[in-house]
Ligand binder design. Structure first.
Ligand code: EPU
Length: 420
């Protein structure tokens, strides 16, 4: 996939049939980073074949890991660490580099990791990660775009996160499993990807208890084993296809899903008047006439996820009346709104709130994908636009959605990738 490829969408095709959900990118990233904690053999199944994962695998190879990727299975082992260096050319677009900090310090006592990239969706601080690791005994220097950290054996801490952080919780958890003593992490994030990481670490021999879900108590070990682990379904991909099913006159079945991960989205869609049939691991979503406007606020899990805010905004342009979307997690996550307006949407931004007047009809245009979830929102916009929509910066989509054009084509959409 070329860096400057585009997605071409011929809109207004009915979507019907079934789509299968891939493994969760944001579970696979910390879980692959956890390989650094052990010299044992790992086998991961349901690994999503997306750019961010390939980037992390490259970073792991750089520090000495050997892996084999077969379909959606990754067999991987990091027997001997070659170096604690994670250079920027490997991780410039993902948050993956910061997830290597805790594991590298815990097992190797040294990490030289490029400053994390990821989506340009606002100021993405890592001060809680650094504070926690410093309290565990690590010292930090910042030089020419690198975080350089050193530590003797990490020591257990009792640490309260000042605010909810997903990768911060994961990082300190991965540091604590090899620290000396028993660590207590308080005010931990509750995302399902963290529970999945706890499951993997437990299979590796870690001792993690949580009587209250926001508090993790971790008894440090001197070494850990490899493990076999199946990655949970991607709740953001799932939510994106649910939104697609609610558009126009579509009817789609979403398979290999975990519907309870997106209860917050399903509640909002019900409030809008959408018809969704939920089973244990699948959903049938069909559009049903008039959509009602709603007010939505993004929150840490189990609240409505910021990672589905852009996609839901596309659907809200099709509701009759004025909706509001309030973004509480990131300070620059409305870039898709301006692009949706080019298609014909009526979205006004007031601080951290988007005010969406619907229903508006869309006509195809050239659009710019500014970040991963924005790119999905624009593709959804293209699906309901008259004529042809071109989404530039297609690589954003491929960072986190496995085969989205192919999956949409199978449902009846007309979507093509143009490499230029
Ligand atoms: N924050 C701090 N200090 C910290 C850490 C976070 O102030 O040390 C603030 C951030 O600035 C932000 C908020 O806390 O305002 C939440 O940030 P968090 O650390 O939870 O985000 P993240 O761990 O960097 C993960 C996902 C994101 C997702 C967010 C929120 C991964 C690899 N990334 O990021 O996923 O949006 O949690 O749920 O798990 C995506 O997949 O498209 C994506 C951006």
């Amino acid at each position: 996939m070329m860096q400057n490829s585009k997605i071409l969408i011929e809109g207004r095709k009915r979507l019907e049939g079934s789509v299968s959900i891939s493994g969760a990118k944001n579970a696979a990233l910390p879980e692959l980073a956890a390989v650094v904690l052990s010299s044992g053999k790992f086998s991961f199944s349901n690994v999503p074949r997306v750019k961010d994962i390939h980037v992390l695998l490259k970073a792991l190879k750089n520090i000495g890991a050997e892996f084999q990727l077969t379909g959606s299975t990754v067999d991987i082992q990091l027997d001997t660490l070659r170096s604690g260096l994670v250079p920027p050319e490997i991780v410039e677009t993902t948050r993956a580099s910061v997830l290597l900090l805790g594991p590298l310090l815990a097992r190797h006592g040294y990490a030289r990791v490029s400053m994390p990239g990821g989506c340009p969706i606002g100021d993405r601080k890592i001060n809680y990660h650094i504070d926690g690791l410093e309290k565990m005994g690590a010292s930090f220097r910042f030089e020419e775009g690198y975080i350089i950290a050193e530590a003797p054996r990490l020591q257990a801490i009792d640490f309260q996160f000042p605010g909810k952080t997903v990768t911060g919780t994961e990082n300190l958890l991965m540091a604590a499993v090899l620290a000396e003593g028993t660590t207590t992490l308080r005010n931990c994030a509750l995302e399902p990807e963290i529970s999945d990481l706890v499951q993997l670490l437990t299979a590796m021999g870690a001792e993690i208890q949580s009587d209250d879900p926001e508090t993790l108590v971790i008894k440090g070990k001197s070494s850990l084993d490899g493990a076999t682990h199946c990655i949970i379904p991607d709740r953001i991909e799932m939510g994106t296809y649910v939104v697609a099913g609610c558009l126009e006159n579509n009817e789609i079945k979403i398979e290999n899903a975990a519907p309870h991960y997106i209860d917050s989205l399903l509640d909002i869609l019900k409030e809008m008047g959408c018809a969704i049939q939920v089973d244990a691991d699948s959903m049938i979503v069909r559009s049903c006439g008039e959509l009602r406007p709603v007010r939505v606020e993004t929150e840490p899990y189990p609240g409505f996820p910021t990672d589905l805010q852009a996609q839901l905004t596309t659907l809200l342009t099709q509701a009759n009346g004025t909706s509001q979307v309030v973004e509480h997690i990131f300070d620059n996550r409305f870039q898709h709104a301006l692009e949706l307006n080019k298609l014909g949407a009526d979205i006004r931004l007031e601080g951290n709130t988007a005010i969406i007047n619907g229903k508006t009809s869309f006509a195809g245009r050239d659009l710019l994908a500014t970040d991963l979830r924005a790119s999905a929102a624009l593709v959804l916009g293209g699906l309901i636009a008259d004529g042809e929509t071109v989404v530039h910066n297609a690589y954003q989509l491929f960072r986190g959605y496995e085969n989205m054009p192919e999956k949409l084509q199978k449902l009846g959409a007309c979507v093509k990738i143009i490499d230029s």
